[in-house]
Design a protein around this ligand. Structure first.
Ligand code: GTP
Ligand code: MG
Length: 708
């Protein structure tokens, strides 16, 4: 049976690693009778963590799509990994979800992961519900966790419930929305509903009043009713809360123990009653700036938010129907690459269990297999439509590693596997660096790199080794020099002859014309790797024919591509060719190119050459108690601290750090702070490398050349 848009709820589980998202999703499925018994993390038997690697590691690594029927609704549940190396999985899930469920661990409160995920929900404008989990934990502290959440995320964070008997004996929840008490049986499951005891009525009523006010506040007619009657009836309350939640005017807080199955049913009820359906959300943004309403009567448009390769099946494409009705047999156009696709099969999933369906309506989530040429971020529509949903913006890479090339045969297999992984997780970027002559992987963190290695070795039987990538240094000069070189070869037949006189000097914007030279022609070129080459032709009296100028420039470019100091790219140099000699018979392009390369190289070395190193802007978010360690570590990395912002329990450090000092930063930060810090980095600029490091790098390059 297909669900109407208004009866669909797309929720995404978010939260710091280990807070209990996967356990909570398992409990939701069980409560909705989707599964006969609950699996657990310890035995690797949950529906969500169904891949072999997740079972083995005990953490979610991929997002997974599940669904449960609850009263009138079909709740699509996307469980996501909390480890921030897998942020790509979270962001793509957030793209298609209509409500976020931020799970907190009541024993640890707001964690660094919570903060980052909160940022994402704000950026994507996702209505969010907090679930304070693990109330059965011996260190559970609901009140402190709630207070931290209110301090961090503002006073729109409003408790709808609170627990009694926290810790192992946890068995009661006071519900301030319904004004009743839930009492759970020992083994969890369906609670008994009892009146709130006198001792709790004051606290519960106070909470209830705040909820009624919050519900009335966002709608004029409800506000009027509230002033007239002093309260709202159940229906009005639900209406007001729906508006407030959808507009991010309230962030309701619930509590539960996912492990003991106490409290999850009530949360599903709230999702059914109050959480927005896809049709209640703002129309989807399109690539061309237009918008698309969620409407089953509208034009068909499906958006692939995730691709995942499964053994024996191949690539599975997970999508959201943004508009229209999708059916098996539909012939569609991929508007991102104009390819044709036929939908052979439509399925719902609960982890690895698949169920075929005959149609999916606007707002629903599902999957299909065997698409020919469609990838994450592509929109499929009916023919003659050009709808393209605004693509997911994946985060910039945070770390990189080079690959030690295996044998030629294995290299092909390795690259194929890597491309599949990068298709699955677009935050993984593969680069064949011509400059560094290395294959590089760019990723979110060391753990993501380790998992890639693990999967390649296990699934493909190839040994894979990471090595330190070279640093993309740049070379430039600091003073003007002049020099000449004669290339001459006479070996039987016709010879080679070319002589070039060259001036080189540091180039900068707006510099004066060359002194004492007669400029005939000048070109200022943007180099593909950044910076400029200014090439001036200043030959008077025809000492070199102008037809050789291209060959001479080519010689310069070749050396600019492989600089004289360390073989790195050169930048910001002005070259003036002011004299030379040619020979009527023996001169040719090759001779002038070689002469030009040699004179450039020799002059460069005399022109106070300077190696430049890439500098990155680094932003670190860490908790107070690890600030000292993080700062101390930065000092050993030649970092310049630009500032520290205090933000509640968190500190934000802004620094500039040489790229050469950032190798494996992700794992050292993790072990330095036991995971209580996160960072972002972005390329900032090139600056001069300190002299002793420059000297060392030059010596290493000389050694490398000698080895060849
Ligand atoms: N005591 C207690 N433990 C829980 C509860 N929920 C989950 N756990 C335990 O916490 C651990 C982590 O649970 P998961 O469900 O894997 O947490 P997660 O949020 O999915 O973790 P990631 O996938 O790494 O992001 C497991 O050992 C669970 O058994 C709970 O309500 N109470
Ligand atoms: Mg998980």
């Amino acid at each position: 049976m297909a669900f109407e848009s208004k009866n669909i709820r797309n929720v995404v589980l978010l939260g710091h690693s280990g807070c209990g998202k996967t356990t909570f999703s398992e409990t939701m499925l069980f409560e909705a009778n989707e599964i006969p018994r609950r699996g657990n993390i310890e035995t690797g038997s949950t529906v969500s963590d169904f891949t072999s690697i997740e079972k083995e590691k005990g953490n979610s690594i991929f997002s997974s799509l599940m669904h449960a029927k609850w009263k009138d609704s079909k709740i699509n549940i996307i469980d996501t990994p909390g480890l921030d190396d897998f942020a790509g999985e979270v962001i793509s899930a957030l793209k298609v979800a209509d409500t976020g469920i931020m799970v907190l661990n009541s024993a640890s409160g707001v964690e660094v992961g919570t903060e980052l995920l909160w940022e994402y929900t704000l950026q994507m404008h996702t209505p969010t519900i907090f679930v304070i989990n693990q109330i059965d934990h011996e260190k559970s502290n609901f009140e402190s966790t709630l207070e931290q959440a209110q301090n961090r995320f503002g006073n729109k964070v409003l408790p709808f419930q609170y627990p009694l008997n926290q810790g192992a004996e946890f068995n009661k929840i006071i519900d301030a929305l319904r004004m009743i008490m839930y009492v759970f049986p020992q083994d969890g499951g369906k609670p008994e509903k009892l009146p709130i005891p006198d001792s709790e009525i004051g606290r519960a009523q106070e909470m209830h009043n705040l909820l009624v006010e919050a519900a009335a506040e966002n709608d004029e007619s409800l506000m009027e009713k509230f002033f007239d009657a002093g309260t709202l009836n159940e229906e009005e309350l639900a209406e007001g809360l729906t508006i407030a939640l959808a507009n991010l005017e309230i962030f309701p807080v619930f509590c539960c123990s996912a492990l003991l199955n106490k409290g999850s049913g009530r949360i599903m009820g709230f999702i059914n009653d109050i959480a927005p359906s896809p049709a209640d959300r703002p129309a989807a943004k399109l690539k061309d700036g237009e918008v698309l309403e969620c409407n089953s009567e509208g034009p068909l448009a499906c958006f692939i938010y995730k691709s995942h390769s499964e053994p024996q099946i191949g690539m599975v494409s997970y999508f959201k129907v943004y508009s229209g009705i999708l059916k098996p047999g539909d012939e569609l156009i991929n508007n991102s690459n104009r390819g044709h696709e036929r939908i052979n099969q439509l399925s719902l999933s609960n982890g690895k269990t698949r169920e075929s369906v005959n149609e999916l309506r606007a707002g629903d989530l599902g999957l299909t297999v065997k698409l020919k040429n469609s990838h994450t971020n592509n929109t499929l529509t009916e023919k003659n439509s050009n709808i393209e949903i605004e693509p997911i913006k994946f985060p910039e890479p945070k770390i990189r590693s080079a690959i030690l090339p295996p044998s030629k045969n294995d290299m092909e297999k390795l690259m194929k596997a890597l491309h599949t992984f990068s298709e699955e997780d677009p935050t993984l970027i593969i680069e064949q660096s011509q400059q560094l002559k290395q294959t590089l992987l760019h990723a979110q963190g060391q753990l993501q790199m380790d998992i890639i290695k693990y999967r390649i070795e296990k699934l493909n039987g190839i040994t894979m080794e990471y090595i330190q990538p070279k640093i993309p240094y740049r070379e430039t000069i600091q003073k003007m020099t002049e020099g000449s070189y004669r290339h001459k070869k006479q070996s039987g037949g016709s010879g080679q002859f070319g002589e070039v006189h060259m001036r080189i000097e540091p180039y900068y914007e707006g510099m004066p014309e060359p002194e004492g030279l007669n400029v005939r022609k000048s070109e200022i070129e943007d180099l593909p790797w950044g910076g400029k080459l200014a090439f001036y032709w200043c030959i008077v009296g025809g000492s070199i024919d102008a037809k050789y100028s291209n060959a001479i420039k080519k010689g310069v470019m070749q050396k600019m591509e492989e600089g004289p100091l360390t073989g790195s790219y050169c930048q910001d140099i002005r070259v003036c060719i002011y004299d030379g000699k040619m020979h009527a018979v023996d001169s040719n392009d090759m001779a002038f190119m070689l002469a030009s390369m040699m004179v450039f190289k020799n002059s460069f070395v005399n022109a106070k050459p300077q190696l430049l190193e890439p500098i990155y802007d680094l932003e670190i978010l860490c908790s107070d108690n690890v600030l000292g360690d993080v700062m101390g570590d930065l000092q050993t990395r030649r970092a310049i601290i630009l500032g520290i912002d205090s933000d509640g329990h968190y500190q934000k450090i802004m620094a500039k750090v040489p790229f050469a000092e950032m190798y494996k930063y992700s794992s050292s930060l993790r072990s330095l702070t036991q995971g209580r810090a996160k960072f972002n980095r972005k390329f900032a600029e090139y600056t001069p490398t300190p002299p002793e490091i420059q000297q060392k790098l030059i010596e290493e390059y000389v050694e490398e050349l000698e080895e060849v």
